[in-house]
Write a protein that binds this ligand. Structure first.
Ligand SMILES: NC(=O)c1ccc[n+]([C@@H]2O[C@H](COP(=O)([O-])OP(=O)(O)OC[C@H]3O[C@@H](n4cnc5c(N)ncnc54)[C@H](O)[C@@H]3O)[C@@H](O)[C@H]2O)c1
Length: 253
């Protein structure tokens, strides 16, 4: 098979584990140079080391603008300016997030800081780097069914941040289309990673969410890597401002 991402440089946030790591590993397998960005330095380092010479670890806290800015500056100083950026890192505060009447301002703020502000900062500095390099680019955000349907009834903070991400993607896609910068969202379904251990470790909750998934099984991180390669490559050159749902049918139920 020909590598589909030869000569591309990609940055993936949250690449230390779960969906982000699967995306980053697949990009490397497709020939891209890939920056494994994560707040967890050990996880980023371990994942990048396992991926080999085309991988570079980067410790970055997406909720902190100085950290994001310094990360992009360090890359550009090493001639690793990304033309593909996947704004994927996120948190879901199980045990704290709730329906609004029971949701604390603290949980709301912590969730917004990482998921929505962190995605904004990642996208902002990705666009700046792409404009400075002058060659356009592809930005992909990880959305969620909770931002599109009623899946997040007990997760008002998480759902709100994901709905915000979907809107941020559309606005950014429209603002920079003429600069050759494409921006899209990928919506995974219920995917068994560390993020959702509270569901995967609870047989009743797990059975319930699988029952709400028409294809009848949980997703794996690899289920979204194909659409990510498509969006990172020139094959998707006419796609922008769109939501690509690879969710086992959950949002069509
Ligand atoms: N797992 C699911 O069912 C599911 C479904 C839909 C969408 N998503 C989304 O997919 C994305 C990845 O989730 P996952 O399931 O792989 O979770 P995960 O917990 O396995 O991975 C998330 C990664 O993000 C990193 N991270 C967290 N906060 C960060 C910060 N402030 N700065 C930098 N890195 C940070 C973590 O260290 C971790 O490595 C998230 O945006 C999540 O909302 C997940």
């Amino acid at each position: 098979m020909t590598a589909r991402l030869d000569h591309r440089t990609a940055l993936v946030t949250g690449a230390g584990s779960g969906i982000g790591r699967a995306i980053a590993d697949r990009f490397v397998a497709e020939g891209a140079r890939v920056v494994y960005a994560d707040r967890d330095a050990v996880a980023a380092g371990t994942a990048a080391a396992a991926a080999g010479a085309l991988a570079l670890p980067l410790t970055v806290d997406i909720a902190d603008e100085a950290s994001v800015e310094a990360g992009f500056a360090a890359l550009s100083a090493q001639a690793w300016t990304p033309d593909v950026v996947v704004a994927n890192a996120g948190v879901q505060l199980f045990g704290h997030d709730a329906a609004v009447a029971d949701l604390s301002l603290e949980t709301w703020n912590r969730t917004v800081a990482v998921n929505l502000t962190g995605t904004f900062l990642t996208v902002k500095h990705a666009v700046r780097a792409m404009l400075a390099a002058g060659g356009g680019g592809s930005i992909i955000a990880t959305g969620s069914p909770t931002g599109l349907n009623g899946e997040g009834a007990d997760f008002a903070a998480y759902s709100s941040t994901k709905g915000g991400i979907h809107a941020l993607v559309r606005a950014t896609a429209m603002a920079y289309a003429r600069d050759g910068i494409r921006v899209n969202t990928v919506v995974p379904g219920y995917t068994e990673t560390g993020l959702v251990q509270a569901i995967s470790g609870d047989p009743e909750a797990r059975a319930a969410i699988v029952a709400r998934t028409p294809l009848g099984r949980p997703g794996t991180p690899d289920d979204v890597t194909g659409i990510m390669v498509y969006l990172a490559s020139a094959e998707s050159s006419y796609a922008t401002g769109a939501e690509f749902r690879v969710d086992g049918g959950m949002t069509s139920l």
